[in-house]
Structures are given as C-alpha cells and as structure tokens.
Design a protein around this ligand. Structure first.
Ligand code: SAM
Length: 271
C-alpha cells in the first residue's frame, strides 16, 4: 500500500531526529539513567509482566520496550522503520537491557516473529497509522498464545475530534476514516519541537471509532476483560492542556471533565 510506504519513509526520517533527542522530548538521558518510560496508565493496566513473552508493536525507538524489559519481560519490539529499529537496538544496549528488535510492517508481524506471546503491547499513537482495525486485530490474535492478552492504550477517538479555538474546544475533525480515504497531513517539522526540516512531509492516518477497535478485537475471537477511560494523555493534543509532571497532560481546571484516552485488555481464550 503506497500510503504505508510513504508513512515508513516519514517515520524513518523522524526516527533519526528522535534518537538525537535534541529537545529532550523523549528524555533519553533520563531513560539511560533508569527512568521508567511507562505512565501510570500502562503501569496500572499491565500487571506483572516478569517472565512473560511480550511483543511491543510499533515500538518506535524502543523506549517502552526497554521499560517492559526492565520489568522482567522477555520483550521484542517491532516497527516498520529501519531507522527506529536501529536506534532502539543502540538505546537498549546503552540502557544495559536485553531486548530484541525486529523490523517489519505490523501487518506482516506473524510471519516476522517466532512463537506465541503472552502479551501484545500497543500504546499511544499506534492505531492512527493503520487503515483497518479488523485486519490489525487479526494480527494481534495470531500473535497471542491461548490465555495471552493484548494491552492497548490510545488517544480517545472522541477527544481527538476537538480542536482549541479562542480558548474553547470545538468539533473540528471527523470521528472515522474510511480505509481507502486516509487523512493526508503535511508536516514540515516533527512533533518533538526539533527545528530540523523534514523532506518526507506527507503522512497518511486513520481515525478509528471505539466500535471498530473493540469490534475488530471481538471479531478476531478475543474477549474484552477490561476497558477504562482516562482524563489524561501523554501529549498535549490542544495548547490548553497542562503537563502533570507524570508523563501525562490534562485539561485545565474549569473545563468539563471528559475522557482523553482509554486503555483495555483483551484475552485470547484457552482452547
Ligand atoms: C507515535 S509512534 C508510537 C510510539 C510508541 N507508543 C512508543 O512506544 O514509542 C508510531 C510508530 O508506529 C510505527 N508504524 C507506523 N505504521 C506502522 C506499520 N504499518 N507497521 C509497523 N510500524 C508502524 C512508526 O514507525 C512509529 O515508530
């Protein structure tokens, strides 16, 4: 799919900038010094992963894969960006962490990875790069051992339809995207604040309603065992959001409370 290939080029270019971390967005020096990259949303939803076979899909430069490995997981990170995977391997070595990294499109993950996993870990800004939730869910199900689970944490599809205009949140974006009609965005800089101009400025993304995410998982034979909504998100979607100092941003006091993100667990039944 040409859109996926264009996205891969764009992520390759971003990964080179992100691994330098000139703006400190990824706090890589703190990670090397032992910082836990997972927020309380993942930490609370994950449970004990020590000894589990865990695959982290769309692992980017491997920060959260490192967090999983530090919790004792036998962690494998997968991403389609060769630059991201190269960066992840260096970062894991610098952190003294034993983790494996594989370059592959998520849609080819079953063929690219050996064996079955106890946990598939997918978080924050992963699903918008995938056109079809039923297809993605089938890949997740194919990776899980019987009794294994997906942990997913993502931006809330309702919240990301909103934009800030004159200090108010107003509906601005569609809540769903057809697989064959991606949202095409031009970005001349990456989101970390690094001023390096991008050559691959165009990317393609898809907004997925919760019904498609959950429906896809149920359709792939998984059982939803937990679903939570959160008043926090690990990035500032609108300028009014406040940095909580815990890796999470929230709406300011006085704004109506609303879910900014969600997390869920879905299990593959035994037998
Ligand atoms: C916003 S980042 C995800 C960050 C992630 N939560 C983490 O642990 O840092 C999105 C990642 O998805 C990857 N990606 C996008 N489309 C993909 C695909 N079709 N297959 C594999 N990786 C993909 C990109 O290369 C990028 O590293």
């Amino acid at each position: 799919m040409e859109e996926i290939e264009a996205n891969r080029r764009a992520w390759d270019e971003r990964a080179v900038i992100h691994r330098r971390d000139a703006t400190g967005f990824y706090r890589l020096d703190a990670l090397r010094a032992g910082r836990d990259p997972l927020t309380m949303i993942e930490a609370e939803g994950l449970g004990d992963v020590a000894g589990l076979r865990v695959v982290h899909l769309q692992c980017h430069i491997g920060t959260d894969t490192i967090g999983l490995a530090r919790r004792g997981a036998r962690a494998v990170g997968l991403d389609f960006s060769g630059e991201a995977i190269a960066a992840a391997r260096v970062l894991a070595a610098e952190c003294g962490v034993d983790a494996e990294f594989v370059q592959a499109d998520v849609h080819d993950a079953r063929a690219a990875l050996d064996g079955a996993f106890d946990l598939v870990f997918v978080t924050w800004g992963a699903l918008p790069w995938l056109p079809d939730m039923a297809r993605w869910a089938a890949v997740v199900a194919s990776l899980l051992a019987p009794g294994g689970a997906l942990f997913l944490a993502e931006q809330h599809p309702s919240f990301v339809t909103l934009a800030e205009e004159d200090g108010r949140l107003t509906p601005h974006y569609d809540w769903r995207t057809a697989p064959d009609r991606p949202v095409v965005t031009q970005e001349t800089r990456t989101y970390t604040g690094d001023p390096t101009p991008l050559r691959n400025t165009e990317h393609h993304s898809w907004d997925h309603p919760l019904s498609e995410v959950i429906g896809g998982l149920l359709g792939a034979g998984l059982r939803l065992t937990s679903f939570r909504e959160h008043e926090a998100l690990p990035w500032s979607h609108v300028p009014m959001m406040r940095d909580g100092g815990d890796g999470l941003y929230r709406l300011p006091e006085g704004m109506p409370r609303m879910p900014l993100s969600y997390s869920l667990r879905a299990e593959k039944p035994r037998g």
